[in-house]
Design a protein around this ligand. Sequence first.
Ligand SMILES: C[S@@+](CC[C@H](N)C(=O)[O-])C[C@H]1O[C@@H](n2cnc3c(N)ncnc32)[C@H](O)[C@@H]1O
Length: 245
Amino acid sequence: MPDKTTHFGYQTIDEDAKQQKVASVFSSVAEKYDFMNDLMSLGLHRLWKAFTVRLAAVQEGNRVLDVAGGTADLSLAFARKVGASGKVWLTDINHAMLTRGRDRVIDEGFKLPSAQCDAEKLPFPDDYFDVVSVAFGLRNMTHKDVALAEMRRVLRPGGRLLVLEFSRVWKPLTPVYDFYSFKFLPWLGAKIAGDPDSYQYLAESIRVHPDQETLKTMMENAGLSRVDYFNLSAGIVAVHRGYKI
Ligand SMILES: C[S@@+](CC[C@H](N)C(=O)[O-])C[C@H]1O[C@@H](n2cnc3c(N)ncnc32)[C@H](O)[C@@H]1O
């Protein structure tokens, strides 16, 4: 029986190999991650994240789970909203990314619980969180359906999942976006981070990620209700929102 395969960017690889390859990408980019994010998106990722946090509509006292939280942008924004009576968990599978996230949380004067864990096996009880978020993480997961079902499982009824991810850009912009992604990004990755391969993976992984409607259907199949989405920057990214009822 053949091994199950999956995408790693444009490569088709054994499922078992994907997590290791993704881990090596993020261990490699962790140190320059925040700087590169600002540079590559010209700061736009901050607006995309701010919009996601607004859509989440967290209240003081809420429990929030930031899945694949990396360097903690969303965790910190949520922490400012939930106040002392709430709780935000920063989680990520990757030690290097999580370490940078934890350091930033401390530098910003917060104390947040954190856990190194796989989104496909979340170490949290059922029906626990008011909000679960995953920003630019789902694309890297091997079994996205399993991860989405896990995120739904830990939401309380009435809770919502926010997925911020690269998506399908408005068609007329495709040639420019392709040039930017496949020529400029790897060049920038080589010049600034000394790591063109990780930025080539970024460009490829965006292209093989489900488009807006497909992800909406995947969220519905994972048991989320009233799923809607918002295109940002002409669909370069989209925020999907779904509820557990
Ligand atoms: C592009 S970074 C996003 C970090 C942060 N959420 C942000 O928006 O800046 C993707 C993150 O997903 C994490 N990741 C990849 N696969 C994961 C998995 N199966 N479970 C949890 N985190 C995962 C990586 O370690 C990495 O930190």
